[in-house]
Design a protein around this ligand. Structure first.
Ligand code: PMP
Length: 361
C-alpha cells in the first residue's frame, strides 16, 4: 500500500514530474536516439580489450580525469586558458551546473530544444523559461533578448546544432545573446561531429561563455562522457558540486583509447554524414512531407496533418523505431525524427515509411 505521508517528503515539483522515458527497442531497428549505428572494427576491439588489462579497477579512478582532459583538449582544439570539467554524460554536466546556481535562479532555453534543460531545472526547483523558436526553427532573437531582459537568467542553454530540429542557429544571433546575457551561456555542441561550425574558437572572447560537448554522438554513448570548457574561475565553482570519481576508470581508459585510434570513428562520422544527405533526398521525394535541414545525425520531418501517430505506429509494426514528437504539440505537431543509421537500416526505414504512407486514408 502506498505510504502517502512518505511521498509528502518530496518537493511538489518532483512529484509533478515524469521519469525520463526510454522506448523499448527490443527486436526493432533502432533509429530513435541519435546513436552511431556502427560497432568497432575487430582488430581495434581486440587491442582495446587488451589495453584494459592495464586499467586498475581495484582503485578509484583518476578523480579529475587529467590524462583524458589533455587528450580531449588536443582533439577539440580547446585553448589552454579554458578549464575543463568532465561529466557522466553531458546530462550530468547540465545537472552539476544547475545545482551550483542559487536556488532562485532562472534557466532559459529556446524551445523546442533538448528536454533535459527544462527537466533538470524543474527537478531542482529552479525557474525555467522556454522561448519559442520562429516557425522556421531559427532563433527568435528579439524574443530571446526580451526574455533575457525580463527574467535575467543565471544560465542560458543553446544547442548548436539544435535537438530535435537539427538546424544550426545563426552564429551572430548567438553572439548577440551571449553579449546580452547577465549570466552564463552554455553552447551545447552535442552534435559537433556532424556540423561544420563551433563556438570553441570563441572561448575566451566572452567571460560568460561555456561550450559543452559529448562523446555520445561520436559513437561512444554507452561510456557516458560529456565535457564542458570555459573560464577557469567558473569551472572551479562547478567542480565543487561534482561528485568525486564521477567518470569511471573504464570510461576514462576507453575514451582515451578511442581518441588515440580515432580514425575509424571519423570514418563512421563521414559515412553518417553521407547517409544523412541520401536520407534527406529520399524523404524530400515525398511531396506530402516537409523535411527540415539537419547539421546533426538525425532528420526532423513533418507529416500530413494528423498522421504522425499512425505513421509512427506503422513504422513500428514494420520493425522500425524512430521518435514521435507530435505529442509535444505546438510547432512539433505532426513531426517525426529519424536518426541516421547504417545504409541498410535507412533503406528499411524508407521502405517501411513508403508502406505506412500508402496506408493513410
Ligand atoms: N545535449 C543535446 C542537445 C542532446 O541532444 C543530448 C542527447 N540527446 C545531450 C546533450 C546529452 O548527451 P549525453 O548525456 O549522452 O552526453
Amino acid at each position: 500500500m502506498p505510504n502517502h505521508a512518505l511521498t509528502k517528503l518530496f518537493r511538489p515539483e518532483v512529484l509533478a514530474m515524469s521519469a525520463y522515458h526510454v522506448a523499448d527497442a527490443r527486436n526493432l531497428i533502432k533509429l530513435d536516439a541519435m546513436e552511431n549505428p556502427y560497432t568497432w572494427p575487430e582488430d581495434i576491439q581486440q587491442r582495446w580489450l587488451e589495453s584494459l588489462k592495464a586499467c586498475p579497477i581495484n582503485r578509484y579512478p583518476d578523480p579529475t580525469g587529467s590524462a583524458l582532459c589533455e587528450q580531449l583538449r588536443r582533439a577539440n582544439a580547446i585553448p589552454d586558458h579554458a578549464a575543463l570539467l568532465l561529466g557522466n554524460g553531458s546530462d550530468e554536466i547540465i545537472q552539476i551546473l544547475l545545482m551550483a546556481l542559487s536556488t532562485d535562479a532562472t534557466v532559459l532555453a529556446p524551445e523546442p530544444g533538448f528536454v533535459m534543460y527544462r527537466q533538470i531545472a524543474r527537478s531542482l526547483g529552479l525557474n525555467y523559461v522556454g522561448v519559442p523558436l520562429a516557425t522556421d526553427f531559427a532563433l527568435d532573437l528579439s524574443a530571446m533578448l526580451a526574455a533575457i531582459a525580463d527574467t535575467l537568467p543565471a544560465a542560458i542553454f543553446i544547442a548548436y546544432p539544435n535537438n530535435p530540429t537539427g538546424n544550426l542557429f545563426d552564429a551572430q544571433a548567438i553572439k548577440t545573446i551571449i553579449a546580452a546575457a547577465p549570466g552564463l551561456v552554455v553552447v551545447d555542441e552535442a552534435y559537433s561531429p556532424f556540423a561544420d561550425a563551433s563556438f570553441v574558437g570563441e572561448l575566451g572572447n566572452y567571460p560568460n561563455l561555456l561550450v559543452m560537448r559529448t562523446v555520445s554522438k561520436l559513437g561512444l554513448a554507452g561510456l557516458r562522457l560529456g565535457y564542458l570548457a570555459g573560464p577557469a574561475e567558473i569551472v572551479a565553482e562547478l567542480d565543487k558540486v561534482r561528485l568525486p570519481y564521477n567518470i569511471n576508470s573504464l570510461t576514462q581508459a576507453t575514451v582515451g583509447f578511442a581518441l588515440e585510434h580515432g580514425d575509424f570513428l571519423a570514418q563512421q562520422t563521414q559515412a553518417i554524414r553521407a547517409e544523412r544527405t541520401a536520407m534527406a533526398k529520399a524523404l524530400k521525394a515525398w511531396p506530402t512531407l516537409t523535411v527540415y535541414p539537419s547539421s546533426a545525425n538525425f532528420i526532423l520531418f513533418r507529416t500530413p496533418a494528423g498522421t504522425a501517430d499512425q505513421l509512427f505506429a506503422g513504422l513500428k509494426a514494420r520493425g522500425i523505431l524512430i521518435k514521435n514528437l507530435s505529442g509535444q504539440g505546438g510547432v512539433l505537431s505532426d513531426c517525426l525524427r529519424v536518426t541516421i543509421g547504417k545504409p541498410e537500416e535507412n533503406q528499411s526505414f524508407l521502405n517501411a515509411l513508403a508502406a505506412a504512407l500508402a496506408e493513410l486514408p
